[in-house]
Design a protein. Structure first.
Ligand SMILES: *[C@@H]1O[C@H](CO)[C@@H](O)[C@H](O)[C@H]1NC(C)=O
Ligand SMILES: *[C@@H]1O[C@H](CO)[C@@H](O)[C@H](O)[C@H]1NC(C)=O
Ligand SMILES: *[C@@H]1O[C@H](CO)[C@@H](O)[C@H](O)[C@H]1NC(C)=O
Length: 519
């Protein structure tokens, strides 16, 4: 049945056509294309409500210089790279699949002609099949290892997984069995690809950058296994959540040179922490050592990336811990960005951080922890965490500003404001209020106005204050809210806004994309 709205729309379309048809006859359209454009501009939105064009919500949130005002969704894959020979192998688990996959499938993955989804349960999500990659794990292991209780509960759940296993533990330990089983199964199902891209359901992949790099710059013979390197007991491996690539040639070697590679590593799994380490051990057996390509493969995301020196002109391939909303937002950015150059880390700053850069936020942690200033008394020292204590500046090495930093958020904020300035200890100590101190420091800062090197060499960008403790950071991160129960424990985080803006300006345009060769 037609609703009132659609009746209204139909009447409007009818009236519009009545108006346009005589207009078409009157106006001299030189080409059919021009007429089509006229129809598109003037009436297509009645036929197909928004016509796939919407106000861009990123633009509304302050990123006016980096994105277009409108989000045109009519051909999302138009600029997507050709991925022939490159296969995405995405790992998930039954406890998270339906939280994370739908947005992945609605965004970049709609443009991939093929991919494999592996999990610890056979499931279907719309037209996509999720394979259970643990079905061949030896029954002895399944009956002996506690994590397979979760696996069993998943297989026998008569309702939704959320209802059955929402409160069960074991997903993390189950995960490590997947890696080598995925290698075996991916090779069975899609053999002889040039590259296999391994990612997780909360990994964001910037396909334009990754595919360009795999085709034009990567060397599969020299560097067959590349990602963001982590170490466990001195053994290097590519961190799984950051995504990593393995050349087809070395996938083949693992399959052919290690008999029953999955079963062999299933037996090792109970004794090792994690599957990304296990796959590195298997690749090591066939002669492939992991190569580091950080920060291109990255474990952070727009609000946790440490922007600044080393994280600016570098291109980005992956991000991790991306929830559905974040995946969607970065995809929207990719779709609406005003620049056509390769996406660099600074672009994420300009879109997701700069519009929200303020002097401070209460009950917030920006993760500043490079140098800490803790009150020297015994109680405060005992109170501080080991991490912060390990990074604290000794009392006798602190300058006049730093000596006060642990007293309050505003005292803490002065550490970055005064960094690198010529502060006269006596003059500073004679000042009585924060306002006086701030204006003294700002006066000194303004003397550096024309000094581009001073601005470019900045090493203190942000701070975080919590009871008796001030920590500063040599990069700038947005961070996230952090709530502590008691008022006295609350975090306040801040950014030296002028120092950041001056650094960005002094740093200037990127002369070129700062590719990092795997090492
Ligand atoms: C889109 O944005 C424009 C300009 O800000 C505004 O006038 C218009 O009402 C918006 N349209 C919708 C559908 O929200
Ligand atoms: C949206 O994209 C389509 C296809 O690329 C194009 O034909 C159309 O003109 C675009 N619309 C707007 C408003 O940009
Ligand atoms: C499973 O493991 C047990 C114990 O290691 C072994 O005896 C058995 O043969 C294995 N089963 C299969 C099907 O490989």
């Amino acid at each position: 049945m037609m609703t009132f709205r659609s009746w209204k729309a139909a009447v409007m379309v009818g009236l519009t056509l009545l108006l346009i048809i005589p207009l078409y006859q009157l106006r001299d359209y030189s080409t059919a294309g021009e007429y089509k454009q006229y129809i598109y501009d003037h009436i297509s939105h009645y036929l197909n409500r928004e016509g796939g064009v919407y106000n861009n919500t990123l633009y509304q949130q302050g990123a006016e210089t980096t994105v277009h005002q409108q989000f045109n969704f009519s051909s999302p894959c138009e600029n997507f790279p050709n991925t022939d020979g490159i296969l995405l192998v995405m790992k998930t688990g039954a406890t998270e699949a339906f939280d994370k996959l739908p947005t992945q499938l609605l965004t970049a993955m709609q443009c991939l002609p093929d991919f494999l989804l592996f999990s610890d349960l056979e499931q279907q999500i719309g037209k996509y099949h999720i394979y259970n990659v643990l079905d061949r794990v030896n029954d002895t292991i399944k009956s002996q290892q506690a994590e397979f209780k979760l696996y069993e509960a998943q297989q026998t759940c008569p309702v939704s997984q959320k209802d059955c296993t929402g409160s069960m533990k074991g997903a993390w330990d189950l995960d490590k069995y997947k890696f080598l089983n995925m290698v075996e199964r991916a090779w069975d199902m899609r053999p002889n690809m040039e590259w296999y891209v391994f990612a997780e359901a909360d990994t964001y992949v910037v396909w334009s950058n990754l595919v360009y790099w795999l085709r034009e710059r990567a060397k599969p013979e020299e560097h067959p296994y590349v990602g963001s390197v982590a170490l466990i007991k001195g053994f290097p491996f590519a961190h799984g959540g950051s995504g990593y690539v393995v050349s087809g040639a070395f996938m083949k070697k693992m399959i052919e040179l290690i008999p029953n590679v999955a079963a062999k590593y299933d037996e090792k799994a109970p004794h090792e922490c994690c599957g990304d380490l296990l796959i590195s051990m298997a690749l090591d057996e066939v002669g492939a050592k992991v190569k580091q390509a950080h920060p291109m493969f990255n474990g952070e995301k727009p609000n946790t990336l440490p922007y600044g020196p080393g994280h600016w002109c570098e291109p980005i391939f992956t991000m991790h811990h991306m929830n559905s909303e974040e995946v969607s937002a970065v995809w929207q950015y990719e779709q609406t960005r005003t620049k056509s150059e390769r996406m660099q880390i600074k672009d994420l700053y300009h879109t997701f951080f700069a519009p929200h850069l303020v002097p401070y936020r209460k009950e917030w942690s920006n993760g500043a922890d490079d140098t800490c200033y803790i009150a020297p008394d015994e109680a405060a020292q005992e109170d501080a965490g080991n991490h912060e204590k390990g990074r604290q500046k000794k009392e006798d090495e602190k300058n006049a500003v730093e000596k006060m930093a642990h007293q309050s958020p505003s005292a803490c904020s002065l550490v970055c404001e005064s960094a690198g300035l010529d502060i006269n200890e006596q003059e500073f100590n004679a000042l009585e209020t924060h306002t006086e101190r701030l204006s003294y420091i700002r006066g000194k800062y303004s003397e550096k106005d024309g000094d581009i090197n001073f601005k470019k060499d900045r090493k203190c960008f942000q701070w975080k204050f919590q009871r008796n403790m001030c920590c500063t950071g040599k990069s700038f991160k947005l961070g996230a809210p952090k709530f502590e129960g008691e008022t006295k424990n609350r975090h306040t985080s801040g950014w030296f806004v002028k120092g950041i803006n001056d650094w960005v300006e002094a740093r200037g345009e990127c002369e070129q994309v700062a590719w990092r060769d795997p090492s």
